[in-house]
Unconditional design. Structure first.
Length: 121
């Protein structure tokens, strides 16, 4: 009589998802406290997501740094623009981040970004 191996196949790992709250930044680090509060609230309400922050300038991490840190261990990264107002260099240089949501999905060894909401420009 031969023994039969009845081990169940290993299920695919659950995709790891992340949210990056992306804000402008300021020279005064206290400016980021409301954003960090939102990060803690979202972390509690979305326990299956990693929630982090990123900044356009002045504060760390930058958006690139945040995404590069998450990319090796997360299959999906949603970038949530958290800009308070448009004006000055912001409106001249960047699309309307307040209405664009970017979604990054791991494909092989790269991340694919898709726009989830249309820009009003």
């Amino acid at each position: 009589m031969t023994a039969t191996n009845h081990t169940a196949p290993h299920p695919e790992p659950t995709p790891r998802r992340a949210l990056v709250l992306f804000a402008h930044g300021a020279r005064n680090p206290e400016w980021a406290e409301p954003l960090r509060y939102a990060q803690s609230v979202l972390s509690e309400r979305l326990p299956d997501h990693t929630v982090t922050v990123a900044f356009l300038e002045f504060l760390s991490p930058t958006l690139t740094e945040a995404v590069m840190e998450l990319a090796p261990t997360h299959s999906e990264i949603v970038i949530v623009p958290w800009f308070v107002a448009e004006g000055g260099i912001y409106s001249a240089t960047y699309p309307s981040w307040s209405t664009i949501w970017l979604h990054a999905t791991r494909r092989s060894n790269s991340l694919v970004f898709r726009q989830l909401a249309p820009s009003n420009r």
